[in-house]
Design a protein around this ligand. Structure first.
Ligand SMILES: [Fe+2]
Length: 436
């Protein structure tokens, strides 16, 4: 039986690998060759770099399973190393678009070669427990880059990008925009399932929470417009000092990708240039903007523990689940994730089947939600992969829940994303909490 189950799990890892590689190719399938090379901001990366980098990461894993592993090419490694000092001095991230070699064709050849090396490894007798774990990290790493690619494609092309798959959005149900009350006490936070999770979701540990209220829906454009109309961007009193500096420096007057024309707000996204939809969650706001809105509204951002408890805890049954709807893998009716292929956030009330026992909607999918928590290791944190997560335990805030750009395999209630406080090219929104 043990051998059978090992074989089965190798088989499913192999399938996961192939699916992940196919989806990376699918995301860039309709690009013109010229699109692959351009870097439109220092914080985005050219598509060519992503395609190469996710492949390079499999080389990193291969090198950790075989001391004599020979990297494909030093030139490729130098260009494709993002930030791993253990593999030499990484290049300046802001200059990835200045590099014409390796060429796009060479990067695709590299992609195929590395895929084949991984397939050979899977077919060998070297796939032990450690190797399985490392390759699982590598699939998840590739999925994270698929989402980054979505952010970058919006920055680079927006609606000029033609996705291979695009579905119609669901009709939302009638809703009441309210907040729900959650009972405090000790809450065991972190991943408690038996599948894969990142090191930063562990160990599960107890935190004490006061009673609190949290919004049943993410903050909508219509709510956020009230903040804008009330001159929220013009009044320092709502802003953290660093946030106010940023507002002045960058001349922020609205979320990223918004434009005002004849007194009407428009957004430029994958669906084109369109009027801001009042019922969609607000998107492309920084932590500073989310925090300022909350202050203006007389509320606050939730901590990540408060967010997680509202998403995954069933007070009646006294149990925690992996997702707000239970332990089943996400389906099209649960949440708006990458495989929904909607290419935008959906109106609130679009996923009644995905709501949490506490009554919170759209916690998974649509937009990542800023929390007020600093990104750091949980008490008892042990690294699962050197330099992957723990070197970022400073100056970042945690976001929870995933977005319409997040692959299904990447997300669960305990997943912790993290970004710097001023970043807003990601698919980021928020919901408010309150003390009771
Ligand atoms: Fe990476």
């Amino acid at each position: 039986m043990a051998i059978l189950s090992t074989q089965k799990s190798s088989q499913s890892l192999f399938e996961q690998f192939n699916t992940t590689r196919e989806r990376t190719l699918e995301l860039v399938k309709t690009l013109e060759k010229d699109d692959f090379v351009v870097q439109t901001a220092y914080y985005m990366s050219p598509p060519k770099w992503h395609v190469g980098h996710v492949s390079w990461f499999y080389e990193v894993v291969l090198s950790k399973t075989n001391q004599n592993y020979q990297f494909y090419s030093k030139e490729f490694s130098d260009y494709l190393n993002s930030y791993y000092q253990q593999f030499g001095e990484p290049q300046d991230k802001g200059k990835r678009g200045l590099v014409s070699r390796p060429t796009v064709d060479q990067i695709f050849e590299y992609f195929d070669t590395i895929s084949n090396r991984v397939r050979e490894f899977f077919n060998s007798d070297k796939l032990d427990g450690k190797a399985k774990y490392l390759f699982t990290i590598a699939f998840h790493h590739e999925c994270q880059h698929q989402e980054l690619l979505v952010y970058d494609l919006q920055h680079l092309l927006a609606d000029i990008y033609k996705p291979v798959k695009k579905n119609q959005r669901l009709r939302p149900v009638a809703i009441e925009q309210k907040s729900v009350e959650i009972k405090g006490g000790l809450y065991a936070m972190g991943y408690n399932g038996s599948d894969y999770c990142y090191d930063i979701e562990l160990p599960e540990h107890k935190v004490y929470l006061n009673d609190y209220k949290i919004d049943a829906f993410p903050v909508t454009n219509s709510q956020y417009l009230q903040f804008i109309d009330d001159e929220g961007y013009q009044d320092f009193k709502f802003w953290l000092s660093d946030g106010w500096k940023k507002v002045k420096q960058e001349k922020w007057t609205a979320p990223m990708y918004w434009e005002k024309e004849n007194d009407k707000w428009y957004v430029q996204d994958f669906l084109g240039k369109r009027k801001v939809n009042p019922n969609e969650p607000v998107c492309h706001v920084s932590f500073y903007e989310a925090d300022a809105y909350c202050k203006w509204a007389g509320k606050r951002l939730p901590t990540e523990a408060e967010w997680e408890k509202a998403a995954c805890w069933d007070e009646q049954k006294q149990t925690k689940t992996i997702f707000p709807w239970g332990n089943d893998e996400p389906s099209e009716n649960h949440a708006n994730l990458l495989e929904s292929y909607l290419w935008a956030q959906t109106e609130i009330g679009s996923y009644p089947d995905g709501k949490s026992p506490a009554g919170c909607h759209q916690m998974i999918g649509d937009v990542w939600e800023w929390t007020t928590s600093e990104f750091a290791g949980y008490p008892g944190f042990k690294t699962g992969f050197d330099e992957y997560n723990e070197k970022w335990f400073t100056n970042q805030k945690v976001l929870r829940g995933g977005s319409f750009g997040t692959p299904r395999i990447s997300i669960r209630g305990s997943y912790r994303n993290f970004f710097r406080l001023e970043e807003r090219w990601l698919i980021s929104g928020f919901r408010c909490a309150e003390d009771v």
